[in-house]
Design a protein around this ligand. Sequence first.
Ligand code: AMP
Ligand code: GLY
Length: 424
Amino acid sequence: MNILIIGSGGRESAFAWKIAQSTLTDKLFIAPGNAGTSAYGENIALGVTDFEGIAAFVLNNDIHLVLVGPEEPLVKGIHDYFLGRDDIRHIPVIGPQQAGAQLEGSKDFSKEFMLRHNIPTAAYRSFNRDTLADGLAYLETQKLPIVLKADGLAAGKGVLICTSLEEAQAELKAMIADAKFGDASSVVVIEEFLTGIELSVFVLTDGHSYKVLPSAKDYKRVGEGDTGLNTGGMGSVSPVPFADEAFLKKVEDRVIIPTIEGLKKDGIPYKGFIFIGLMNTNGEPYVIEYNVRMGDPETESVLPRIESDLVDLLLGVAQENLGEKSFSISSKTAATVVLVAGGYPGHYENGFAITGLENVKESFLFHAGTKSVNGEVQTAGGRVLAVTAMEDTLFDALQQATADAGRIFFDRKYFRRDIGFDLI
Ligand code: AMP
Ligand code: GLY
């Protein structure tokens, strides 16, 4: 079958790498892809929200399945668009329709969903322009630190952890009255601060049955020792040593099953990935957030550990027989180190030549912000490359990935040398 992947990051590179290995795959296309994805398929110059262009491409190239990488096209309704057109509605899209994508697209929606279905999460209340005064008063009754979240998509920047009442009140005003995050902060969720250690659990579902994919931990801060600004993710490891069987059983019983059942009860169809951001608080799981896609760079650690044929699993999602598919996970540990452009997540430059890619022999190399210019691979984004090593132990995987990250060169290259070492 012919498959189209939508997206251009390290996550989509890992998907392309995995899907290209399937005997079920004939032709693979990636829109728009990057300098690395062309090793696994053909890059197509289409934007991820160019639904008409994507539909025309799918029709002209006999595409049998579309896998959506990032959240934006899902929240904007790519799946609904396909279902709304008679000529393409039969082509399965992996990724939820808009109703399900609200789990990521609206924090207020996802908090209400969790409350309705008894899924453990931090206590919260939501406020808007009309209730701003109540919100300011509510803050006075809350313990510090306190968490403020823009309701809508804010490119990973919409969460503020405030340590004083003055700061929290000023930020609440800035978000609601001054549109600090544009429309995304016209509604703000104020929620209790949870302490503990974070991890992510990934689920693939056809709306009825599900497979629990390997769990992962990502490293969001730019600086070593988890310091500095938040990024999209500087590295990840899978599995997560502190997420033992007993903890994962609690996650399945208290979070995963109620989530799948809750979607069903609410009449929300869902075919795709669910990314559950969790806090482990003294061994008890609390949901911090849902995303309606895989994580990046978590995917680069998770997919190499899946031994099963991913295309067969995706077909199971499309045909609603995922429960019948066999599924196995490697016991090895995967560690991913992300190479970023100097300056990221602030201002950085593109267009530096990348060399040494051929030096990486033991790790998997997933391109993210790269592009091919007259045969030269150049930097074209904040997160440039992801290097994943798979070894018997976490220590060996970390050493290998970190060593291989050092074998690649471009001007102002930066990566964290401490990813995952806190877990050893
Ligand atoms: P989110 O965009 O919801 O993933 O939030 C970004 C980050 O903020 C999370 O990865 C957590 O580190 C932190 N965070 C979010 N909600 C809470 C909370 N209720 N308590 C503590 N930290 C939080
Ligand atoms: N690495 C976090 C995310 O993909 O949202």
